[in-house]
Design a protein around this ligand. Sequence first.
Ligand code: ATR
Length: 287
Amino acid sequence: MINGYTRVLGVIGNPVEHTMSPVIHNTLAEKLGDNLVYTAFHVNNEYVGDAVKGAYALNLLGLNVTVPHKSAVIPYLSDIDPLAKRIGAVNTLVRTENGYKGYNTDMPGLLRAMKRDGVDICGEHIILLGAGGVARAVAMMLAEAGASHIYILNRTVEKAENIADEVNSSSGCKSIVTAMETGAYRKLDNGKKYIVIQATSVGMHPDTEKAVIEDDEFYKLVNIGYDIVFNPSETKFMKLCQKAGADAFNGLRMLLYQGVIAYELWTGKKITDELAEAVYMKMSESL
Ligand code: ATR
């Protein structure tokens, strides 16, 4: 029941119409009996600052922020969480007395999805495919989670080198990060198995028959494969992992858990894995 006490939340993006976040948050609110409503706001790039200030003025409890506004919102925040600051991207705004505080729940979301699958990054050898904005954030998260060695493979090796330099030189980093051109996986120790994270948009609908690496030899190195892509639900990368006998997961649980963590920040409630799974079912249905 929407009434005078209903608190409003939403996501800003451009475009934003395809977003699955309303499914996540309205399902959580309904199941938890919270008087909240979550909707999507299409915000043109020149209005990002006005949108954040306006949302605060309208007493919105919080916002999610999606592409292309994740960095653009930062100047309009009253505070920023250290992880979000390091990544340089904010996807969740939490209302405080002085304004919105920015967080990044995308990366903790990936970590929580992995934990649910029984995967612990600490001490692991990881292959990261891609060196765009998402891959950079994943590399930082992996280093923070204590990965032993991260191999960043990218078509444009310079971009992988930039991320490797940045992470290697960050204070307190115990991971070793190595940049390689994509085909250089042949130089990796083939007696070892790696957790592989596919952090490019390759294979995403409608271009579903593509993977960054299509050589079966590469997939012999895979212990577990994670694709950040969730549409289609089984990507070419995942199929190649499975063909080689490895487990493979898509990005839908990462999306789920970034939402779950945002909801926890807004409400102070702890979402159980059981409730998260109920939301996951709803998301799968709406795909
Ligand atoms: P995002 O910020 O979403 O990560 P991005 O910055 O455009 O997006 O990065 C896209 C990533 O996908 C890059 O690593 C890109 O490789 P390049 O750095 O060489 O451009 C990778 N990518 C995109 N299309 C690709 C393709 N057809 N084959 C291999 N890699 C591809």
